[in-house]
Design a protein around this ligand. Sequence first.
Ligand code: FAD
Length: 507
Amino acid sequence: MSLAHLVLFAGLLSLVIVASSSSSSPGSRSILRDISGENADQKDRAVELNSSNFDSVLRDTPAKYAVVEFFAHWCPACRNYKPHYEKVARLFNGPDAIHPGIVLMTRVDCAMKTNTKLCDRFSVSHYPMLFWGPPSKFVSGSGEPKKEKSEIVVIDDARTAERLLKWINKQTHSSYGLDDKKFENEHVRTNITDYKQISQAVYDIEEATAEAFDIILSNKVIKSSETSASFIRFIQLLAAHHASRRCRKGAAEILVNYDDLCPSGKCSYESSGGKDTLGSFPICGKDLPRGYYMFCRGSRNDTRGFSCGLWVLFHSLSVRIEDGESHFAFSTICDFVNNFFMCDECRLHFNDMCLSVKTPFKKVRDFVLWVWSTHNKVNERLMKDEASLGSGDPEFPKIIWPPRALCPSCYLSSDEKSIEWDHDNVYKFLKSYYGPKLVSLYKEKSVVGSKEETVSATAEDLTVATNALVVPVGAALAIAVASCAFGALACYWRTQQKNRKPRRSWN
Ligand code: FAD
């Protein structure tokens, strides 16, 4: 056994001890967040870009096309144009987007000195000036809008919302209307048997992660050493195994700074005297596009979304861990749901299922199958509840999953009434579905990005995607962050990490 593995083992052992001691007594919280968001209508929907976030936002967006409006805040015509632009942006951007994931609508204020070079890069000659193209083509590109073959073009007739949308419709061969109603859109896919759809879910788990973090912060639920330890363990799991690179980075940065942000497990939530708070470290980066639940998009405003994204996050974490971490991951997720998923019914039921596990998991296979079967138990219960109450999403009825059409080899018999699973094949299917399939789309994009990106050494050390490297570092980090009581060596290591911390955001 190598030193790294010993460190890993010690880290996990200690964390499991802390985990089990803090485990799972149901409290009395019952705050369910209104995920539709208050005052949603008053917010700008076009995404404000500047020289520091321009490339990262356009590189990471799931949208197929982008519109970039270059304007100047002093320009009266730009001010008058803003309501028109926002009218169109509301269709495509934000949590209430009617047609999400198609066009990212953005703006850049060229009157800001910091943006001068960026506006020069696109030879902006008047305000407002609008460009259209695939998002990735804007990234560190010269724009070259006048070149015939360039994929970035100037939108020449966009004086009103109607004209801009007409222009977009022409490019996308669509017929979007300014009066389109929420969720009456063709992008809600009810065919859950399409194997390829999972590739979109990486954006959903990013969003669910950010949403979970927002809920924790807005309800200020880290307030004891127990909740603090549970939070740290979950963040550690994310830092090592989240399917999204930017969430791994964000989680790692929180871990490195945790002692300062939450001394003795007491987090300060409101910033005072310019001091950083937990909120200063957005878990998946500050430029994460929001409102892109796609795999998890319901046909109604009040269905699916966050809770679906959370399930997909748990499944995607389960298939990424190693055997030795399986019980740690189990207790971490159980405690996370118990402490931070503020739906009392969900929490209590889930906690019962956690408590029914009497023997610690030793194999990742057992843990993956436990999450799967637990989810199916919830599906089975909800199938009945939703049928009698009519509270489910009519386009996404609960089913025992995966359906035969998605994984024929998961079934041993053809009897629909009493399903017999081939657990080896179910495991294989889950590993692939929530593993490489889930990130297939994302990977392509990050390959483009990684060429230009210079990521700090610390971030890379902590978040290298290969388990061989990341797990020992992650475990050591957890030992150090969880408490310096683990020994002088851990403290020394942690100090070293902090000294190496870059003074910049991860994105
Ligand atoms: P979800 O059930 O959210 O599933 C999301 C996606 O996962 C599905 O579209 C499917 O592609 C895939 N999937 C489905 N089943 C499985 C499986 N067995 N294994 C792997 N992948 C699968 N709601 C309640 O009303 N009462 C509860 O007690 C409750 N408990 C919950 C506990 C937890 C931990 C969570 C995260 C959610 C809970 N919910 C509960 C919410 C509920 O489970 C659904 O998330 C919600 O109703 C939205 O359903 P959905 O159609 O989006 O599919």
